[in-house]
Design a protein around this ligand. Structure first.
Ligand code: AKB
Length: 327
């Protein structure tokens, strides 16, 4: 496997991109990881800790120029429209998630890139998938986001087989984090609940109490992503579609865990259109392929994550940062 030297992270201002970029800068050197945003203003940490540029992954010409300008050999494509926003604007979801992905894969061919990382999601699953989703299973999603992610997985595998492109991806579960808020996903309630617990002591949850979904804490998400990027290509039997599990809990269990730290915390449940999306996804995933092929092992469970989330959010609250975050 050729060595990764200069990485472009597109979608770097988003929930995963913003933390992943900083972790990649630690590992590969700050000057070697270029963060690219589309229009959201980056945090000063992201902007000042290494190169920052503007690049919309849907714009192939701009992508090519950025690759040349910074001598990029690896792209991490974190640009995506998530499930809830995708239902409001399915065409934009297809455009960003599929056209953006094809641009990344074609750029990999044209510029002979070392690797491209193209994330997938548990949204590839649908009502016909078993509740504990196996690696190989029925992929018939009912959301446009899910349709784009199944397409993305198939495209990655096609480019690996047909053109020898090193394309990789994980099926992210709901990602919970204390720095950048997610935007437009169905699993967003699992992040918002912590912010509201700290700021207001109450939360109105948009899915039912017994809604159970696979989730993961951000440090595990970063570790999974970087471990997959570092895995020897010839050891991989799968490419764009690794299941990665960490924890699975209902909204009620999540609320109960927060209440152990904040006993007066009150949660009410008012399901909206996102309930149907959540109901179409499995409760948990079987991730034996990731464990066998590149040694995946999560470090955080619900209790450990909750302790850390509350500690971090309390510190941000004391610095007056949370209301600005808009949760
Ligand atoms: C969403 O809820 O849309 C995302 C996802 C599970 O990919 N967080």
């Amino acid at each position: 496997m050729r060595e990764i030297k200069r990485i472009l992270v597109v979608g770097a201002v988003g929930q995963i991109g913003s933390e992943l970029t900083l972790a990649l800068r630690d590992k590969y050197g700050a000057d070697n990881v270029v963060a690219a945003g589309r229009k959201t203003k980056p945090s000063s940490e992201l902007r000042d800790s290494g190169p920052f540029t503007w690049c919309d992954v849907v714009d192939r010409q701009k992508l090519d120029e950025t690759i040349k300008q910074f001598s990029i050999d690896t792209i991490v494509n974190m640009a995506a429209i998530l499930s809830a926003t995708g239902e409001k604007n399915p065409q934009a979801c297809w455009e960003v998630n599929v056209t953006g992905l094809i641009n990344t894969l074609e750029a990999a061919r044209d510029h002979d890139l070392v690797q491209v990382l193209c994330p997938s999601s548990i949204a590839v699953f649908g009502p016909g998938t078993p509740d504990d989703a196996p690696q190989e299973t029925v992929l018939k999603p009912t959301t446009m986001y899910g349709v784009t992610k199944v397409t993305g997985e198939l495209l990655c595998d096609y480019y690996v087989r047909r053109f020898g492109v090193d394309a990789r991806g994980l099926r992210y579960p709901g990602i919970i984090s204390a720095e950048t808020l997610p935007g437009g996903g169905t699993t967003d309630y699992a992040v918002e609940i912590y912010y509201k617990a700290i700021e207001e002591g109450r939360y109105t949850c948009f899915v039912k109490e017994d809604t159970r979904l696979p989730m993961m804490y951000m440090p595990d998400c970063i570790k999974a992503t970087m471990d997959l990027m570092a895995a020897p290509f010839d050891k991989l039997k799968h490419h764009g579609d690794f299941n990665v599990g960490a924890m699975s809990m209902s909204a009620g269990e999540l609320a109960a865990e927060i209440k152990r730290h904040i006993p007066d915390f009150e949660v009410t449940y008012e399901p909206d259109f996102r309930q149907d999306i959540a109901d179409s996804w499995p409760s948990s995933v079987i991730d034996s392929a990731a464990r066998t092929e590149w040694g995946w092992e999560p470090a955080y469970d619900l209790a450990k994550m909750t302790e850390d989330m509350l500690k971090r959010l309390r510190a941000r609250h004391e610095r007056g940062e949370l209301y600005q975050a808009g949760a």
